[in-house]
Ligand binder design. Structure first.
Ligand SMILES: C[S@@+](CC[C@H](N)C(=O)[O-])C[C@H]1O[C@@H](n2cnc3c(N)ncnc32)[C@H](O)[C@@H]1O
Length: 279
């Protein structure tokens, strides 16, 4: 058997291969929690659009592809998984081969911040990804352009009412030594930004006492948003183009010249400091 990916470490979910081999999740998740989240997703889809039947799904931040596969089990016509980490995509594709899946499920390296990350899909999954971004507003605008019918967001939140944001430092995963800054919003703030981006009608499924602690305590939510209306979509597309212009501005010749000036000036600073000390 070709164990090319580092399968022993950081799988996000449990998989059973046709030869009976069990792949267990690494410390990022546990089986009960993953099952709970899959169940939440199933209930949300049932409550909003009924099912994934005859729908295409885009799974952003798909990691090794657990939710992409869940979407296929839920009847999606096709699912496209995207992750910024090539190692995750390698694992997802390796599993695809082992599980003998057909080409209705595909995986590709990509960055959610890239305007051309993927074409629009009926249903977009953005699970465990939003809090990795510092620019929620812009990400939600991108998600709006990628979504034809329904967006599902699963993310860490601050469990208070009102529209607030908080900077937190996430203890790094095993292979990351440093603390990772994450920006966490309240559910209301996410709804507000989603509505600015052209999404409406946020829906959630009530979670019971047996929910994993973060969901149970309201520190993590999964909600679905439908599209507000077509006009909003047009406004959003225009706004996204403006955002793109804004982002690319720092790379204008003025920015480059300015950077060059400061870098050059900094080169002389030690010499200037020494001269100043002697004087
Ligand atoms: C916490 S995992 C979530 C995995 C899975 N969606 C889930 O909910 O269990 C976050 C994933 O998002 C990926 N990711 C982080 N930033 C990204 C970006 N800018 N574009 C695409 N994927 C990204 C990471 O590589 C990682 O696999």
């Amino acid at each position: 058997m070709d164990w090319s990916p580092n399968y022993k470490t950081y799988w996000h979910a449990r998989y059973e291969l046709p030869d009976g081999t069990i792949i267990n999740p690494g410390r990022q998740g546990n089986v009960e929690r993953t099952n709970f989240r899959a169940q939440l997703l199933r209930q949300l889809i049932a409550r909003t659009i009924g099912s994934l039947k005859d729908r295409t799904v885009l799974d952003l931040g798909c990691a090794d592809g657990y939710f992409s596969r869940q979407a296929m089990h839920m009847g999606a016509t096709s699912t496209h998984g995207i992750d910024i980490n090539p190692e995750e995509i390698r694992k997802a594709n390796w599993l695809k081969k082992q599980l003998r899946e057909d080409d209705n499920i595909t995986f590709k390296v990509g960055d959610i911040n890239d305007r051309n990350v993927a074409p629009a899909h009926d249903v977009v999954l953005c699970l465990g990804l939003l809090y990795h971004t510092f620019n929620y507003a812009e990400t939600l605008l991108r998600l709006r352009n990628l979504t034809r019918e329904l967006l599902v967001v699963d993310t860490d939140v601050i469990p208070v009412s009102g529209s607030w944001a908080k900077l937190e430092f996430e203890r790094g995963l095993a292979w990351q030594r440093d603390l990772m800054p994450v920006l966490v919003l309240t559910p209301n703030a996410i709804d507000d930004l989603a509505s600015v981006a052209g999404f409406g009608d946020p829906r959630a499924v009530p979670v019971g006492r047996d929910a994993p602690s973060d969901y149970g305590a309201g520190r993590r939510i999964m909600r679905a948003y439908t599209l507000a209306n077509d006009d909003a979509g047009a406004n959003v597309r225009a706004a996204t183009r403006r955002t793109d212009n804004f982002i690319t501005q720092p790379f204008s010749w003025r920015y480059k010249l300015g950077t060059l000036f400061y870098k050059t000036a900094n080169l002389f600073m030690p010499v200037a400091n020494k001269a100043f000390d002697r004087w």
